[in-house]
Ligand binder design. Sequence first.
Ligand code: CA2
Length: 146
Amino acid sequence: MTAERPIFVLNGPNLNLLGLREPHLYGSATLDDVEQLCRSTAGQAGCEIDARQSNHEGVLIDWVHEARQSASGVVINPGGFTHTSVALRDALVTLEVPLVEVHISNIHAREEFRHHSYVSGIATGVIAGLGIAGYRAAIDYICRLQ
Ligand code: CA2
């Protein structure tokens, strides 16, 4: 029997600092807490995740290429690359599986430069401002499709 493909949970630059700095913006949960939440949400729905974080654009792009071959869906918080990276968008648009963009904060209620996302227009769905619960909603959504 073939194992079910995991959902890739990709976190971009600086999200390794979650819970350690700027709790007024991003809360007190750490990246480990986020990954645990994703793993337990997926487990309850009978699916698996593969959670990764990188501060490097090219690494994230390589993981998106890997997801094309081996993921059943992708949840991504691209961090600051949300607002800058055509290259990451070009990789994400090649996915043939559901793609959910998650932001912990409400990017539309923040500085003007955060209002535009290169990812939103090609994502299946976008969640912003729900704190880390946004990851749970994204995983739950993709698991229910399987
Ligand atoms: O709200 C989000 O999840 C963001 O994707 C977070 C990004 C920001 O550039 C986006 O506009 C919105 C920043 C992630 C940085 O995370 C930190 C966490 C703790 C301390 C410092 C940075």
